[in-house]
Ligand binder design. Sequence first.
Ligand code: UD1
Length: 361
Amino acid sequence: MPSPVLHVMGARPNFMKAAPVVSALAGRGVEQRVVHTGQHYDERMSTVFFRELGLPEPDVNLGVGSGGHAEQTAALLVALEKEFLTSEPALVVVYGDVNSTLAAALAAAKLHIPVAHVEAGLRSFDMSMPEEVNRRLVDQLSALCLVTSPEAIGHLANEGIPVERAHFVGNPMIDTLLAHLDRFDPGAVRRRYGLPARYAAATLHRPANVDDPRQAAELVARLHEVADLVDVVVPVHPRSRPTLDAAGLRGHRGVHVLDPLSYVEFIGLVRGAVAAITDSGGVQEETTVLGIPCLTLRPNTERPITITHGTNRLVTPDDLVPAIRKTLTDPPPADPAAPPLWDGQAGPRIADVLLGALGDH
Ligand code: UD1
């Protein structure tokens, strides 16, 4: 008996977006199939998130692994097409903007299986980012565009996507954050990793920041200057490790380099930080809800609501040290006007839309 709803996930940020959707559909007795593409495969990049978030074990792991964009996307397409032909889902649900998301949407659309895209319509307008390419293509291929932020509907309309396809449902990543709020314990993280009481938490993994050794060295130099003011804790993504290590990230006694953290540990770390320094999309959203000042080392963001309704600020490497200094002496007030519908109920709203669409079929 085919499962009506098939979820595709594969990379770290997919898991916290999928968990509330899978849970809301399970609560309504919907039969579901969870497909892990294997884009991320390390225990600390994948398995630990399933355990902590109560996601069901994947029904299948396609084991696609790493590779160049063409190699990885091609392998994902081949494996996902086979999977869809075998399991014949009525609906494929994809999350975010990673290569697994694009491949799943493309494979499903070619087989005439409707696609629902969770986190549709975000735009950085920077086509040098692989995620921006993925987002635009996935939205064109999706029958249901599930939107976390109101301006996304305008972006979709500007690209010719009929407004009936767009549903403003709120942010399921924030459902996950709010559901686990009492588990995020900065003290436990500090004790486990021997960290000081006062620190900034930094994450860097965007290709534009970490792939080029010169750019990585520039950022490491800035982080060392930040560490002259306040200790810096850096859980390092495996992609970033070679260039950050080569640039001597550990060569300052105020810099604490960690392996990737689990979800509960990472949000615990951020919750206890004086500021976050990041190039991650998810961290911009999480700090907005936690009220932690966020300095984003990017020239743009696809999540402007984290600036207008949150704690986020875009900084260049040159801006970073003055921005941290200002944050330490004069922390910005947390904006009380939280982004609309970031209320912990996105999963149930998404389930309503998906069930409505399944009913129409
Ligand atoms: C991917 C997403 C990015 C997301 C990020 C979150 C794309 C195009 N990019 O980037 O949007 O923000 O995930 O983490 O899909 N690696 C490991 N172990 C793993 C996974 C990866 O060591 O479990 C290393 C490999 O050397 C690999 C590299 O990280 O080549 C990059 O992995 P990949 O999945 O291609 O992209 P990310 O940089 O993780």
